[in-house]
Every structure is written in structure tokens, then in C-alpha cells.
Ligand binder design. Structure first.
Ligand SMILES: [Zn+2]
Length: 730
């Protein structure tokens, strides 16, 4: 997903290597043509996307898409009251948005993967053009009149059709279309103004840069390997690190022994883009608040959450506040442990843990108490073995068959393409590409990109989906294959889950297909799948030392890794909650008359929920998610909680994480339906019971007796069940 919750790994921009001496690639054995022919028998279509390869072709596609969509919208707008029906209004609109997303998704992938910089730039321009134009679609009065005329017929609809009807009308209302003309125009103007301000904010974040110079002594503790990388040593005793480069930042914060060095780096990062973005963010928040009021909402957070699982701001705040309180004892205990380490290291009995300290002492704790050296694990994760293992598990639990085929067009030489079919019936379900290694100008994390979404076509056939997994596996070296970290293994299990969500869809309308589910749910299935590579049986099914495959991961190493993860869970989630609560506070409390209070309010929430931030910093100015998530960052913990609950279905099944019955239920009740029915219903059908927060609390180490609630003389907490159920207020 482009909307990624997973912590971003070291995204080192390495040059791609074509070398694959020790990486025997699986041979393409399947036939794409036969797969496509078989689809016809199932009344389905499998389309290999036609990728644009020149800037001219990219621009032409965008222009053609706009022209075709405008013509289709004209046809809808010309309908007279007596002519309107479901097909020529609502389904026709879904067709239009499908055609637009086909183009924008494909160009989005090209923008991130093309090996030609001019093509990437052309894709960026084309996407910008498409998105600016698409804001205007909502304001086509003629189209709205046709939809209203159809609504006036009071059609009797059910299921997915009814959901499409209700949500299309809701979209128009949220765009201000049912307001009087002058107010409607004001909303349209505000939305366009917001789009421009938001783009500026995000560009400032991307462009912000700050180089800091250190001496070798100031960087004591930072790995020599890292400091010897090209471009870092800039003088006899001068090292230049950039606060805006995430892995420079983390290397210093995790390892620098000198507190002053850690503080300097943190303060520099928290002031990136400050001058430009503080006034911009004030304007954005005021505009968002104004927009919400004009549309009849108390605040922007209420407007934004209406279409998500959480439904309103109060529920999101209540969830986060209660989780914050529940985590207090664990958070305090972790800070006390960090503090002891600091006292030991500095000899200062009054030492306190500051916001620039926690990463360093969390790392110390991992190294000293848990003896964890994550790098050691790489030998167990050669990329091909991991991919084989992953494919075997996903094929088994979801009842699928993957086959490698030769891609008709490759944007990079080592590109792989796979077909996905139902294992039992042979029904073709879709295609996925694998783009494996880093290279200049390529997207620098791991993500799943939808290219063709599922949809029932006008002729009744079903368009099967196509997606791509864009990865940055460590390139193979002359003496060893691509060796993954455990983090990367977890990430690929996560991202591949999104691919399953995309491919296994059976939703009729593209609006509800694949990962087009509420934003505070979309990560949950993939977050659930992150549990797999923590399971010994799962790991033993593929992980083995590449030098001697009879050697599996020693159980004590895995246990240490688990214990060390749990040891800093309080800190991790309190930090997540500090972002979530800050985001909600800004989107409920800032308006035209108090905009200048934005920065103090943001800093106050960060300080209260996590660790106090220095008053001379403005982290929020560099926090791109405040724009992209817009009152949605709470969704991180929200989806995590659902993920932990969903994982119990597998954990309690006879075959655990290999359980096919649980997997098929996941495929039918979650992936296949997508957003074509209420997501709450889908989750409960998958769970086979109402939701519970307890699996999540257990996972993050929050114990009921630690919640600081009254405890009866018997030692039993009072009303534990009620308390925790209320923690998750639905
Ligand atoms: Zn994701």
C-alpha cells in the first residue's frame, strides 16, 4: 500500500545489480496465453497492462483518459428524468472512475519504477494533471442532476447495489452538492485551495534538507561500516550526516554515545521545513475546519472519520486515550529500565530519559539484556527461500496456485510475473509482478501497487486484477545471495497480504474491490499476516542457513527477538498514540481564531503522550502524515488491534498459521467481499464472534491488573471485562 503503517526499514538507495550468480531464478514454466484462454471459460478477463514507455505516450494516455471520461460524463449529464436507471447513472459513474484509476494506477507504478527519468517525470506530471482535473468531476451539476433524478425514482435496491447508491449520494453531499449554489461554489473553491496547500506542504517535506557536521569523537558508537560509506566522511576529522535522511538519523539516534550528538540530530530533524510549513499547516487546518463547518460537521476529524470504521472523532479519541492509560504502567516500567541504563552509562544518579535518548537506550537494552543482533539472522533468510516459503504458505492457506510466466514486457530485466489461480477449480484469479532490487530512481521501500482492479464489466465478464510488489531486497553480492533481515521478511509477508486483498476480490463495482476498504481497516489483514514470520513452525518451513540448509533458526534467538520486541512495546505504542492524538487534537481544536496556537498544541500532545519535546522544535512541520492521513493516524493502533484479534482465528485452528479452513474463511469473508458489505459484518463473520481487544492488549504486554484500576481485596480487578470492552468503544 502506498498508505503504509509498517515502520520503514533502512531504505538505502543502492545501485541495482544485474548479478544473480548465486540466485538461481525459478524458471517460467506457465503459459500466460493458456491462462488467459482459461479465464474465458470462467467468463473472466485477464489483461496484461500495456505500459507506456515514453514521455509522449504517458502524456497522451492522460489526455485520452480525460477526454474519454469527459465524454462519458457528458452522456450521463444529458440523460433526461425519464431515461435514468441504475446502469446509466450509478454503474456508469463507477465505470468512469474505473477507467480513470486504470490510468492513474498504472502511471503511479511507472512513476515509481521506470528506469527512465524522463518517463518518471512525465508520469508525475500526468498524475498531477489527472488529480487536479478529477476534483472537478464531483462538481458536474449535469451529472449530479441525473443521479438525483434516479434517486427520485426511489429505487428498491439491495446489497452491493444499495451500498453503491447510498455511498454515491453521500459523496455528493460531502462535496457540498446539496448546498445552495453560492455555498457549494465556496466548498469547491476551498477544496481546490486545500489541494494546492497540501501539495506545497508535502513538497516542502520532501525538499527539506539539513546537513550536520560531526567529528569522529562526536560520533563514538556509530558503526564504522556506516561512517565509511561513500560521501559521509567529508574531511580529515569531519563527517557530514543529513537530518532528512532517515537512515542517517536512525544510525545516530540508535548508536551515538554522546547525548549532545543525539540531541543535535533530533532537534535538526524536528526543525526541517519549519519556516515554510508552520504557516502552511495553520492555513490547512483553518481551511479544513472551515470546510467541515460548511458541510455541517463539528470539525474536520468528524468529517474525515464519517466514512471510516471509527465513524466520528470522539470514538477515535476515546480509543486512543484509553489505550494510552492502559499502557501507562508498561511505559513507566520501560522508561525506568532505560533510566537505569543511562545512570550506569553516565554515572549521573539524576539522569532522566529525554526524547533524544529512547532509541539509544532501547538499542542498548536489546544488545545487553536480550543479546539480539538482528544482522546475524540474515543468513537464514536468502531471498529465494523466503519467497518460496511465502508462496507455499499463501497458496496453501488461501487455496491458490501460483505459476511463474514470462512477462510480455519487462520494465527491468529481472522482473518476474506470476499467475494466480484457484487450486481446486483452476479458475484464473489474477496476476502479480515482482520487482525485486533497488535501483536509481525507484521507489525506495516495499509496497504493493494495484494496477488493474477487479470489476464486473458491462458485458458481464469479470475483469481479474493485476498488481505489482515493488521491493528493495538487498542485492546479491559476488560471494553471497540476497540475504534478508527479519524485518524485511515481516514486510514482505505484509505486502503480499495486500496483493491477496487485491487479487482475490469478487466485488461487482471497482469502488468496493480489493483494498478499497475503509482506511482504518485496510492495513489490518496485512498486519495480521506479520505474525507469520514470528512463528517457529512457519520459519522452519523455509528459513535455513544459506551455507548449510540443515541449520534452522535456533529457538533461543527467536525467543530473544520476541522478548526484545515486547520490551519496548510501551514506548513504541505511546509514540504512535502521541502522533494519533496530536493529529486528532489539531483536527478538532484548531480554527480561524486560534491558528497560532497550532504549534504549542502539537508539542503539548507529543510531550504528554510520549516524551517531552524541546520547545525549540516543530516536529509537526515535518510530519507528512498530518496531511496524508488527515485525522487518520489513530488508524495505526486501531487496525493493529483488529489484526491481533483476527490472528486468533489462525492461532486457535488445528494447523495454526498453516490452517486452510481459517485461510479460506479469510479469503471468502474478507478478501473476496472487499468493501461490498459493511466491514464490521465481514470481520465478525471471519471471527465467528464479536470483536475483542484482549488479544491486542496481550500482544503488547498490557495486563489487566496493571491498568491502575481499583483492585478488590481478593486481588481480583473490579469489572475487568467491562473495562477492557469499553476501551474499544463500538
Ligand atoms: Zn500495508
Amino acid at each position: 500500500m502506498r498508505w503504509q503503517f509498517i515502520p520503514v526499514l533502512f531504505a538505502v538507495a543502492l545501485a541495482a545489480t544485474g548479478s544473480s550468480v548465486l540466485q538461481p531464478q525459478p524458471v517460467a514454466t506457465g503459459s500466460l496465453e493458456k491462462f488467459q484462454q482459461r479465464a474465458e471459460k470462467f467468463h473472466e478477463v485477464v489483461t496484461v497492462p500495456a505500459f507506456e514507455t515514453t514521455p509522449v505516450a504517458v502524456a497522451a494516455t492522460a489526455d485520452r483518459t480525460i477526454a474519454t471520461a469527459n465524454a462519458a460524463l457528458d452522456s450521463i449529464g444529458q440523460l433526461r428524468a425519464g431515461e435514468v436507471n441504475f446502469v446509466n447513472t450509478l454503474r456508469a459513474l463507477d465505470d468512469v472512475s474505473y477507467a480513470i484509476s486504470l490510468t492513474s494506477d498504472r502511471l503511479g507504478l511507472i512513476e515509481q519504477t521506470s528506469t527512465n527519468a524522463a518517463v518518471r517525470d512525465a508520469a508525475t506530471d500526468a498524475i498531477k494533471k489527472l488529480s487536479e482535473w478529477s476534483v472537478g468531476i464531483d462538481y458536474r451539476e449535469d451529472v449530479y442532476a441525473a443521479v438525483k433524478a434516479y434517486a427520485a425514482t426511489q429505487p428498491l435496491l439491495t446489497g452491493e447495489d444499495k451500498k453503491l447508491f447510498d455511498e454515491t449520494l453521500r459523496d455528493y453531499r460531502r462535496a457540498g452538492l446539496d448546498l445552495p449554489k453560492t455555498q457549494r461554489d465556496a466548498v469547491e473553491k476551498l477544496r481546490k485551495e486545500l489541494t494546492a496547500l497540501e501539495t506545497d506542504f508535502e513538497n516542502n517535506v520532501t525538499k527539506a534538507t539539513k546537513a550536520l557536521k560531526f567529528t569522529k569523537a562526536e560520533l563514538t558508537g556509530v558503526p564504522v561500516d556506516f561512517l565509511s560509506q561513500q560521501g559521509i566522511q567529508t574531511g580529515p576529522d569531519e563527517y557530514t550526516l543529513k537530518a532528512n535522511v532517515t537512515f542517517h538519523y536512525i544510525m545516530v539516534e540508535d548508536n551515538a554515545k554522546l547525548e549532545a550528538t543525539r540531541r543535535k540530530m533530533m532537534v535538526a530533524q524536528c526543525n526541517l521545513a519549519r519556516t515554510e510549513n508552520i504557516p502552511l499547516l495553520q492555513k490547512i487546518l483553518v481551511c479544513r475546519d472551515d470546510l467541515a463547518h460548511r458541510l455541517g460537521y463539528a470539525n474536520y476529524a468528524d468529517y474525515a472519520t464519517e466514512v471510516r470504521m471509527v465513524k466520528n472523532a470522539a470514538t477515535a479519541i476515546e480509543f486512543e486515550e484509553k489505550l494510552k492509560a492502559g499502557l501507562q504502567p508498561k511505559f513507566d516500567a520501560e522508561l525506568a529500565e532505560f533510566r537505569q541504563l543511562k545512570i550506569k552509562e553516565t554515572g549521573d544518579a539524576n539522569a532522566t530519559i529525554n526524547v533524544w535518548d529512547w532509541r539509544y537506550f532501547a538499542n542498548e537494552l536489546k544488545k545487553t539484556k536480550y543479546n539480539v543482533d538482528a544482522e546475524q539472522l540474515r543468513v537464514y533468510f536468502p531471498m529465494n527461500r523466503v519467497l518460496d516459503g511465502l508462496f507455499t504458505i499463501y497458496q496453501r492457506i488461501f487455496g491458490l496456485k501460483f505459476e511463474r510466466v514470462e512477462p510480455p514486457y519487462k520494465w527491468v530485466d529481472d522482473l518476474q510475473l506470476y499467475t494466480v489461480a484457484d487450486a481446486k477449480t483452476g479458475e484464473p484469479l489474477g496476476l502479480f509482478y515482482l520487482d525485486l532490487f533497488p535501483r536509481e530512481g525507484k521507489y525506495n521501500h516495499f509496497a504493493q501497487f494495484g494496477i488493474v482492479e477487479g470489476k464486473r464489466l458491462a458485458d458481464g465478464r469479470y475483469q481479474r486484477p493485476v498488481c505489482a510488489l515493488v521491493c528493495n531486497f538487498p542485492p546479491p553480492q559476488p560471494d553471497k545471495p540476497s540475504l534478508m533481515s527479519h524485518d524485511e521478511v515481516e514486510t514482505i509477508f505484509h505486502e503480499f497480504g495486500h496483493a491477496m486483498h487485491t487479487i482475490l476480490t469478487r466485488a461487482k463495482f471497482s469502488r468496493f474491490a480489493g483494498t478499497s476498504v475503509p482506511r482504518d481497516f485496510v492495513e489490518a489483514p496485512s498486519q495480521m499476516l506479520e505474525n507469520w514470520p514470528w512463528d517457529k513452525k512457519v520459519l522452519d518451513s523455509f528459513a535455513a542457513d544459506y551455507r548449510d540448509p540443515s541449520k534452522k533458526i535456533p529457538p533461543e534467538i527467536l525467543n530473544q527477538l520476541k522478548a526484545s520486541r515486547l520490551a519496548t512495546m510501551g514506548m513504541f505504542y505511546r509514540r504512535q498514540l502521541s502522533f494519533g492524538l496530536m493529529d486528532l487534537a489539531l483536527h478538532t481544536q484548531i480554527h480561524a481564531t486560534n491558528a497560532e496556537e497550532m504549534l504549542p498544541l502539537a508539542n503539548q500532545f507529543l510531550s504528554d503522550v510520549s516524551l517531552p519535546v524541546p520547545p525549540d522544535t516543530a516536529f509537526v512541520a515535518y510530519f507528512g502524515h498530518i496531511i496524508g492521513y488527515g485525522a487518520g493516524y489513530y488508524g495505526y493502533a486501531w487496525a493493529d488491534a483488529i489484526a491481533a484479534d483476527m490472528a486468533t482465528v489462525f492461532e486457535q485452528s488445528p494447523d495454526g498459521f498453516f490452517d486452510k479452513t481459517a485461510g479460506m474463511r479469510m479469503r471468502e469473508e474478507i478478501y473476496s467481499v472487499g468493501d461490498s458489505r459493511d466491514i464490521n459484518v465481514s470481520i465478525e463473520k471471519f471471527l465467528g464472534r464479536p470483536r475483542s481487544l484482549e488479544p491486542f492488549l496481550e500482544k503488547i504486554g498490557v495486563h489487566k491488573t496493571e491498568a491502575g484500576r481499583p483492585v478488590e481485596k481478593s486481588g481480583q480487578p473490579v469489572g475487568a471485562k467491562t473495562f477492557w470492552h469499553r476501551l474499544w468503544p463500538w
